[in-house]
Design a protein around this ligand. Structure first.
Ligand SMILES: [Zn+2]
Length: 218
């Protein structure tokens, strides 16, 4: 039974379908407070820039950073939540903690630089292009010279996709989140390849119907 709960949580997170813990209405990932009932929300998995309400860039305006931090820590001041329930006080304390961590990382150039590298590495791997098999298929597709060659790439990608989906389900059932995440990245990469195969195949196809009259003219 616990597997089912775990999986639902995971899927919910992946889709970004967040709900207020109190009124159950939809809330955005970045919202500190629910737009419907005004209740403080739990700490969400957002990057440090988003937590400070800043644009994601390596050169940040330090005055703006300080200003944002001051305003947000006033909003999250434990004094303001004294008369609230345990749940709200707890979330406010956690939010303040997360805010402090984000601020510390962004304020120090070295930590910000390291964090920036981490973030960008994550983003560049997002399409699964870093996966060895995806890479191999990608380079094969790059040199594919005819539709038959494209079909072979598509067939291999399709088979890997099927296997990958089974692997993903297995990881989800076992609550192995990191494995599931890696499987998802590979699947994204394979799907992207399948899409590109179709585009490439169309380009390599001999001109048809409407242009039948101009065969031989390149
Ligand atoms: Zn609410």
């Amino acid at each position: 039974m616990s597997n089912v709960v775990g999986m639902n949580e995971f899927v919910g997170m992946a889709n970004g379908n967040l709900h207020c813990w109190l009124c159950q209405k939809a809330v955005s990932t970045r919202a500190l407070f629910c737009h419907h009932c005004g209740t403080i929300q739990p700490v969400r998995d957002i990057d440090h820039f988003a937590r400070l309400g800043l644009e994601r860039r390596i050169d940040i305006d330090m005055d703006l950073l300080d200003h944002q931090y001051a305003a947000l820590s006033r909003t999250l001041d434990p004094q303001r939540f004294m008369i609230r329930g345990m749940g709200e006080r707890g979330h406010a304390a956690k939010q303040l903690e997360a805010l402090n961590v984000s601020y510390e990382v962004l304020r120090e150039p070295l930590r910000r630089g390291r964090y920036w590298l981490e973030l960008n590495e994550k983003m560049s791997n997002k399409a699964g292009d870093g996966h060895p098999f995806v890479k191999e298929l990608r380079s094969e597709l790059d040199i594919a010279a005819n539709p038959a060659h494209c079909d072979r790439v598509a067939q291999r990608a399709g088979q890997a996709l099927e296997q990958g989906i089974m692997g993903l389900m297995q990881a989800l059932r076992g609550q192995k989140w990191q494995e599931a995440n890696a499987a998802l990245l590979e699947l994204d990469g394979l799907e992207a390849i399948l899409g590109d195969v179709r585009t490439r195949r169309l380009k390599l196809m001999p001109e048809k119907e409407g242009k039948a009259g101009v065969v031989g003219v390149d």
